[in-house]
Design a protein around this ligand. Structure first.
Ligand code: 4AD
Ligand code: MG
Length: 504
């Protein structure tokens, strides 16, 4: 039909057909381990390519290709195999095996491969290969991040990361949101006071100067000072005010010098923005969204989750009883999916904190004295881990500890902000209803010394058809931390960027 509709002759037709069948054959023959393990073992010819995890007794290869946590056992007939080849079957080598899928003779697997021929695609060096078949520390694996996905833990984490990211796009797609690509290079500072990374191609040694000695950015590539974005929110607002429901999901950058297990200098953020939605709607959306994507991995990534759950249990055995968590990984995820997030105003939270034991006994580093105090992570953790023991949505924060664009409440001192706090993680989401009143927004910017001219387009949204709108930002790596039970954010992103570190 393809050829007919384009008036192509028989020669083309034959070529296309042969190409078609060639592809079919390639598809049929090269299996993944995941596919093979699902097949029933009627002796059938198969081919498989992957990396050797271990080679035991000159006979048993545990082969992994990343398609699943599991290895497939490949049994080599060493009497019929060249001695030189046997020597090259070492941990880390890439091999191409042809053989028969048969019912397993041994315990631990249903099927295995009786090897007919083995071709070494790429040798490894057992002396220097960093990923030996033994337990490695996460610090060591971070230094070998280019190979750490050849371990069970990191392949499981990265498969989950991929799956969560798919679930996020799926959720928004199914709920009528448009995916917007907000710019990565920006001329404005969305959060008002963020620490940003400058983007410039001026000669660092000899930059053009103004008369007063300052750098003349008019001569820079963009004719102005530009930075890597800290958030796509402000641009997302422009699309929300025309397309209605949108979201961004992209990399964001912050040059804050916080060397903690929850901060990265480059992280991925999901930011939905919705016209005609108020703060209550924003909370509903965030809660429904997070439950939905976590449910997705419960349903689709069971094997990896069970492995990571066991890893966490083993790790916790080394900790004192008091520090161990009451729930297993899968129980924790189920708990979040099945229970309502607790909604608490900032004012209520301050009362709880003021009267809490660690505050009265002065165990907090920052003692809560009065309304208006900024919450530190020790306070957030007390609220979610000790007091409420579930995810908490804190809302209506004091205006002066939050960003300029948040909607001022009628009380004149709080804004319609919300933070979602998670047990073990702390702040997962930050969001708000946006200030839609031009005069109020301008007054706020003036008070904070934010240049109106720089954000002329943002103010235009309030001039032409302004309306209530809201959105939030979810730190993707913090979500991956929660879903995998990993304790350090550096271990849930392929190549972490942190102060003094941009290897790979
Ligand atoms: O609370 P933040 O700063 O909010 C914003 O950027 C808003 N513009 C979002 C919006 O309303 N559209 O950041 C949002 C989330 C935080 O709650 C946290 O989960 C994550 O981003 N986050 C980080 N994750 C890793 N490393 C860092 N340095 C992070 N800073 C923030
Ligand atoms: Mg925040």
């Amino acid at each position: 039909d393809f050829c007919l509709s384009r008036g192509l002759g028989d020669v083309y037709k034959r070529q296309l057909l042969s190409l078609h069948f060639k592809n079919k054959i390639i598809q049929m023959k090269s299996n993944t381990v995941a596919e093979l393990l699902k097949k029933d073992a009627k002796s059938q010819d198969i081919e498989i390519k992957g990396w050797v995890r271990t080679f035991r007794a000159n006979r048993f290869i545990a082969l992994n290709d990343g398609s699943t946590l599991q290895n497939i056992q490949c049994v080599v007939d060493f009497e019929k195999t060249d001695e030189a080849i046997l020597k090259r079957i070492t941990t880390g080598a890439a091999v191409h095996i042809k053989g028969q899928l048969i019912e397993s003779q041994g315990k631990g697997q249903n099927v295995e491969i009786a090897v007919l021929s083995i071709n070494i695609l790429g040798d490894s060096d057992p002396e220097t290969y960093p990923i030996q078949p033994k337990k490695h520390s996460f610090e060591f694996l971070r230094e070998n991040a280019h190979l750490r996905t050849r371990t069970n833990t990191f392949s499981a984490v990265m498969r989950l990361r991929s799956s969560l990211s798919f679930a996020i796009h799926k959720y928004f797609n199914e709920n009528g949101f448009y995916y917007m690509h907000t710019p990565i290079i920006t001329g404005s500072d969305a959060e008002g006071a963020g620490e940003m990374f400058r983007v410039s191609n001026l000669d660092a040694k000899n930059p053009p100067l103004n008369e007063d000695g300052s750098v003349n950015f008019k001569e820079d590539f963009f004719g102005k000072e530009t930075n890597l974005t800290v958030s796509g929110q402000l641009e997302a607002e422009t699309f929300a005010m025309s397309l209605g429901k949108v979201y961004t999901f992209g990399p964001t950058f912050r040059a804050e010098n916080s060397n903690t297990s929850r901060h990265l200098a480059e992280f991925w953020m999901i930011e939905p923005e919705v016209a005609f939605m108020d703060l209550a709607g924003n909370m509903d959306l965030a809660e429904d969204f997070m439950k939905s994507v976590l449910k997705y991995v419960l349903d689709n990534n069971r094997e990896d989750l069970e492995f990571l759950e066991q890893r966490l249990l083993d790790e916790e055995k080394t900790k004192p009883q008091a520090e161990r968590s009451e729930m297993s990984l899968i129980e924790k995820i189920n708990f979040v999916v099945d229970n309502n997030f607790k909604r608490v105003s900032y004012t209520e939270a301050i009362d709880i904190l003021k009267n809490s034991k660690p505050n009265k006994k002065k165990q907090f580093n920052y003692i809560i004295e009065e309304w208006g105090a900024d919450l530190q992570s020790e306070h957030e953790r007390f609220l979610v881990e000790k007091h409420f023991k579930c995810p908490v949505i804190l809302f209506d924060y004091p205006a002066n500890i939050k960003a300029f664009y948040m909607r001022l409440n009628e009380d004149g001192k709080t804004v319609r902000a919300m933070d979602i706090l998670f047990p073990g993680i702390g702040e997962m989401v930050g969001g708000s209803q946006r200030e839609e009143r031009l005069d109020v927004l301008k007054a706020k910017m003036k008070a904070l010394d934010i240049d109106e001219e720089e954000l002329w387009w943002y103010l235009d949204l309030r001039k032409y058809g302004t309306a209530v709108h809201s959105g939030f930002g979810l730190g993707f790596e913090r979500l991956v931390m929660f879903a995998t039970g990993m304790g350090n954010i550096r271990d849930v992103i392929p190549y972490p960027r942190t102060p003094q570190n941009a290897e790979f």
